[in-house]
Design a protein around this ligand. Structure first.
Ligand code: ZN
Length: 465
């Protein structure tokens, strides 16, 4: 996107594996490949899950900006077989697909509402059981896995560099993995690749009997299937670094004769609500599904972007309100802007791209947008156009200014026809110099949650929040 012989902006990503920010150089610039661990679909996504999805959507958008929309492959899986899913299905006496498919659909809708682009591929674990069985067979053949009591386990001792990603000692790993001590394990660190299913549990035939995969092997098999043995970026929330990602690396590397799984490992930070860990028992558990009833998805997204993705984020209602106020102002500037057109047309400013490319420095990128908004408020049409272009790159400004102005929380539906009729009645009253009636109508609209504004082109209205 940089013309005129200027040095292209470099992308820097913090790599958990090296603990350093690195210049990003894709294996194949024609097909940049990223995998991010997706949800286990048994319940609605919470805003912490939403934060992770937004983070990797930002990476996706940044890569598309630099390498072109058709040159980035982003895979985010659905874990649609897992013990929590099986338990939920049993409670409701349903086949697992009748639990997972509706939840997956809501997840996609929620992520769309947060302004995320759909990943290139969203594979389901249950559609890749054959790939998982094949990978487990390779691990057995190569001496990294063993069968015991209908289970197949990965033998951690057969891998010299196990634990490299998270850099934990064996003691820390034992504590952190909440290791199940089982009599069939050779070593307490060994983890399950395949486990048997009882007749009332979902299962697939395998060389080790009817059973189902462990969680970790799902991601190793799906990423190799869709992205190849070595790909550019692997992402997830920081809570997945150990043991999930450590185990993915172990499986993939050992199945592929030591070949690296991913060049860069990126992890998003924790999210707290009002300074506390989110939990159902504390009553501060916020699902994306509930939040998007009360707030526009873009306000939620902007609240997330205000904190750098690796930092802990404190989610507060005041933070969402602040984000909404900023967007109200920005949308108003976009609505007011004169068409600049032609050569002076929208172009994402260099300072913005540089900040965004610096390990997704969204606080800095937003600072550039605030400066553009300041210029735009003084009538600078080019700055307003740049503000819009920058916002779009971050996944904002998907609505028109008019749509934004009229956004309403669900359950507070304003009857637009009635509003238009009242505005017309007020215009009639004014033309008859009946200002008392005109004011009464204005107050009536206000009581309906509608603010009006008289301009040269007539009266416009917005929801009054
Ligand atoms: Zn995963």
């Amino acid at each position: 996107m940089c013309g005129d012989g200027m040095k292209p902006v470099e992308i820097l990503f913090y790599n958990t594996a090296s603990r350093e920010k690195e210049v990003f150089a894709p294996i194949d610039p024609a097909n940049v490949r990223m995998y991010a661990c997706g949800p286990t679909v048994y319940d609605f996504a919470h805003i912490g899950n939403g934060r992770t999805a937004v983070t990797f959507d930002l990476v996706f958008r940044l890569l598309r900006h630099h390498f072109g929309d058709d040159h980035v492959t982003y895979v985010r899986n659905f874990t649609d077989v897992e013990d929590k899913i099986i338990a939920r299905a049993k409670e409701r006496n349903l086949p697992i697909a009748e639990v997972t498919e509706p939840v997956a659909k809501v997840y996609q809708e929620d992520m769309y509402a947060l302004g995320n682009i759909a990943p290139t591929v969203e594979p389901r674990a249950t559609a890749h059981i054959g790939d998982m069985v094949a990978m487990i067979e390779q691990l057995i053949v190569k001496g990294h896995a063993y069968e015991a009591e209908e289970h197949v386990l990965f033998s951690v001792q057969t891998m010299d560099d196990y634990g490299d990603l998270s850099r934990r000692s064996v003691d820390e790993m034992l504590a952190g993995a909440r290791v199940d001590v089982a009599p069939y394990k050779k070593d307490p660190m060994d983890f399950v690749l395949w486990k048997p299913s009882t007749d009332d549990q979902p299962g697939w035939d395998s060389p080790w009997g009817r059973g189902r995969p462990g969680w970790h092997i799902e991601c190793s098999a799906m990423s190799a299937h869709h992205l190849g043995i070595t790909f550019d970026i692997h992402g997830g929330g920081i809570d997945l670094a150990f043991p999930h990602h450590e185990n993915e690396i172990a499986q993939s590397k050992c199945a592929h004769d030591g070949a690296e799984m991913a060049r860069i490992w990126m992890h998003g930070g924790y999210l707290q609500v009002d300074g506390q860990k989110m939990s159902k028992s504390l009553g501060n558990f916020l699902t994306v599904h509930d939040l998007i009833q009360k707030w526009p998805g873009e306000a939620l997204r902007l609240h997330l972007l205000m904190t750098h993705y690796r930092q802990p984020l404190n989610w507060t209602e005041a933070g969402v309100r602040e984000a909404k106020t900023v967007l109200d102002r920005w949308y108003r500037l976009l609505g007011d802007r004169q068409d600049v057109g032609g050569a002076a047309g929208p172009r994402v400013p260099e300072a913005f791209v540089a900040a965004f490319s610096d390990d997704l420095n969204t606080p800095q990128a937003l600072a550039v947008m605030h400066e553009l908004a300041h210029q735009a408020s003084k009538g600078d049409g080019a700055a307003a156009a740049q503000l819009e272009a920058a916002g779009r790159l971050l996944g904002l400004f998907a609505m028109t200014p008019a749509e934004w102005a009229r956004w309403q929380p669900s359950g507070a539906e304003i009857d637009e026809t009635a509003v238009e009729a009242l505005i017309e009645a007020r215009a009639n009253a004014r033309s008859q110099k009946n200002f008392k009636e005109a004011d009464r109508i204005r107050d009536e609209l206000k009581s309906m949650g509608v603010a009006i504004e008289d301009g040269p082109d007539g009266t416009t209205w917005r929801t009054d929040t």
